[in-house]
Design a protein around this ligand. Sequence first.
Ligand code: UT7
Length: 324
Amino acid sequence: MIIRSVIAGCGAYLPERVLTNQELAGTVDTTDEWIVKRTGIRQRHIAAKGELTSDLALEAGRAALADAGIAPEEIDIIVLATATPDETFPATATTVQHAIGMKGGAAFDVQAVCSGFVYALNVADNFIRLGQARTALVIGAETFSRILDWSDRTTCVLFGDGAGAVVLRAEEGEGTNADRGILANKIHSDGQYHDLLYVDGGPSSTGAVGHLKMAGKEVFKHAVTNLADVVDEVLLGSGVSADEVDWLVPHQANMRILKSTAARLGVPLEKVVVTVDRHANTSAASIPLAIAEAHGDGRLRQGQLVVLEAMGGGFTWGASLIRW
Ligand code: UT7
């Protein structure tokens, strides 16, 4: 018998304010047509003034706990993925810990930008499999609207704000692919690509928050290759073929990346969960937001095989294979 991390509940939160492509076309030199054709994005949600990453994370976390039927006191760890924390320190996770009513345990942030949720899931899964935690709340939460240069049309049209969360619970498994829970994770990073996607500020460099900078075309090329490779790695390592996969839940950066990756893997588009049209790229929040939507509307069903994949600044990338 081995310990598996089973997804016991999912939750999501999107800020009320919706910013459409048409509205953006009134402030920067762009068009709805260009954005839809190049990215698939039609709108994004934007956090209200004073609404912080921890507020979004708290709502998503509460929803995930309610879905799992778990009380805050039962959580052993919160692992929160974000590149847009409330403050330089303490970790946004500790703010959520207090607000959610969790008395003991530990809460900390993980920073892997758009791959943050896959990284956080991997970290929490390791805690559970080692017996150091039995219940984990894993959150991806971002307010990218705060680090965008709203006069740069090449980046400001691409991102949005939001949060998603899952509750992981330890369950005994046989150690086979028939077990429920996380079957495999793989994460990578390669720091040589820093300059292709970064924020030009920070506490130790400029003392200011800075703005997101991206060489979109270059990132795009790396994304398609890295994502297909890491999914292959997870599937091969588990002895699972792509046609056994019921759902692919990709990081939602660009519809063209989603399509190219699915095509490279041989996964038909009907099996891909898509939210990029409505949420845009919410970085670490995009996968748990997509999971919560597909879980909520009954697409993700117990026993199905689900693959998550993401790529982001660093570069970082990774994938997870889950028996739902
Ligand atoms: O989540 C982390 C990972 N991030 C990503 O995965 C993003 C990866 N990259 C992308 O999604 C795409 O590269 C973009 C959507 C960012 C850009 O699409 P593209 O097809 O690579 O376009 P491009 O950058 O080559 O730009 C094509 C043209 C340029 O004009 P010229 O040089 O051909 O005259 C741009 O200036 O489109 C222009 N352009 C725009 N036009 C209207 C760039 N942004 C805009 C815009 N509206 N918002």
